[in-house]
Write a protein that binds this ligand. Structure first.
Ligand code: PLP
Length: 413
């Protein structure tokens, strides 16, 4: 998409607005598929929580993707978007047995990540095949909030609990058809990932009826110049070879599954916001945009860096800016950024805004959540309308009748 395409989206749909490039999503999907082309059964299950708009899910469906879901609502969205239940995997953490049973009744693949639920589910539904989420206790990932495979992590069944797990499976006669791990959000070191995979292969040997091994996700994408990204081609070469070898040992062609979220949609997204005020202080120049962490919380929540460019003045002289929002708390999107000279009314584009941006937005400060646009074959398609005042009031119950008018008090003269 060119700058003028983006400015046209703003002209048509206003700002702030999220824009997603469908071609980029397809490119990433095909890139990952190609990296594993020597595996005969590959399955990519897009992690819905990264970006869950139903039109994006339909795009994923058209690419041949499956879905990775973490809530019953995501399961229902996926079914509504046309996915067959068998191409959806449901990977909850700490949810009730009732919700898991509801998902199972819809026919999706269940993935269980603790022994308590495994025992209860297996006792009640020994005929429903279940995948188990293993925690290999391998530290991967750059941010402690999104590293989920380490020893203190709440995710997965510890490899040290395999004997207990096997006892439950044996006693309930349940069928384990898949094993899974999801170790973190940043695969920086392929060797560390391959090491965790070995633990998964070792675990897999305990189960006779596997259909798939799911290696989760954690593909790192570049957020700024000089960032390292996961070399998926190298990972594809090494893991495919090892996987094919394992299938031979196991005596069956298993499916190799991944659950990429960020890898598929992060770079496809841009968030466009208008500059309301340029404010010169004694220490810096602030550019305040008509947005805040109600729309894009990652910089404040994870300290993540989103590149910011001025698409209204791309040839302007570069100056240093602090880009901030309008929330009545500190909400700095970026400090000391070199950006082409900013005037009030300019449109700034925040890069890598496809994953965990809109889905984490809120109505904080009683602001509207922005519109979303999908760019497909040279055309902008509105896929979510900007909220209105009705959306702010929806579901609020106004109990005005319970408050008696305050008694008038005599005013001393
Ligand atoms: C969030 C999540 C993913 C996706 O992670 P990304 O880093 O966005 O690729 C995959 N699997 C599970 C179980 C998740 O919770």
């Amino acid at each position: 998409m060119t700058n003028s395409d983006l400015l046209n989206v703003v002209k048509q749909h206003g700002a702030p607005v999220y824009v997603y490039d469908a071609d980029k999503i397809a490119f990433q999907y095909n890139r990952l598929t190609n990296a594993f082309k020597s595996v005969s059964h590959l399955r990519l299950n897009y992690a819905v929580k990264a970006l869950s708009n139903i039109s994006v899910l339909r795009l994923m469906n058209s690419l041949g993707s499956g879905l990775d879901t973490v809530s019953i609502q995501e399961v229902k969205l996926g079914l509504l978007a046309g996915f067959k239940p068998e191409s959806i995997i449901y990977t909850p953490n700490g949810v009730s047995l009732e919700e898991i049973e509801e998902a199972a009744a819809l026919g999706v693949q269940i993935n269980i990540d603790n022994l308590s639920i495994l025992e209860q589910f297996g006792s009640k539904h020994p005929d429903i095949p279940v995948c188990i989420r293993i925690n290999p206790h391998v530290m991967a990932g750059g941010n402690s909030n999104i590293s989920v495979g380490h020893i203190d992590s709440k995710f997965g069944i510890s490899i040290h609990q395999i004997p207990h797990l096997l006892r439950i499976v044996d006693l309930t006669k349940m069928n384990i058809n898949g094993i899974h791990m999801h170790t973190g959000s940043d695969i920086l070191d392929i060797d560390v990932f391959l090491y965790a995979s070995e633990i998964l292969f070792e675990t897999a040997k305990n189960f006779k009826d596997l259909e798939f091994i799911d290696f989760g996700s954690g593909f790192k994408v570049p957020y700024k110049a000089g960032d390292i990204e996961t070399n998926v081609e190298e990972l594809g070469k090494k893991l495919s070879k090892r996987f094919n070898q394992f299938c031979k040992e196991y005596g069956k062609e298993l499916t190799l599954a991944f659950e990429p979220g960020k890898f598929l949609v992060s770079e496809a997204g841009q968030f466009l916001a208008k500059v309301n005020v340029v404010k010169q202080t004694t220490s810096t120049v602030f550019a305040s945009v008509d947005s805040g962490f109600n729309h894009l919380i990652r910089p404040m929540l994870y300290g993540s860096t989103h590149e910011i460019v001025n698409i209204s003045n791309p040839k302007g002289r570069e100056r240093y800016y602090s880009v901030v929002g309008y929330i009545c708390e500190t909400d700095t999107f970026g400090s000391n950024r070199r950006i082409n000279e900013i005037s009030e009314g300019d449109i700034l584009a925040f890069k890598n805004a496809g994953a965990y941006c809109f889905t984490m937005s809120s109505n904080y400060n009683s602001r509207y959540r922005p519109a979303e646009v999908l760019w497909h074959e040279g055309k902008a398609h509105l896929i979510r309308e900007r909220e209105t005042f009705d959306d702010i009031l929806r579901n609020q119950v106004d109990v005005k009748d319970i408050f008696k008018p305050k008694k008038e008090t005599a005013v001393a003269k």
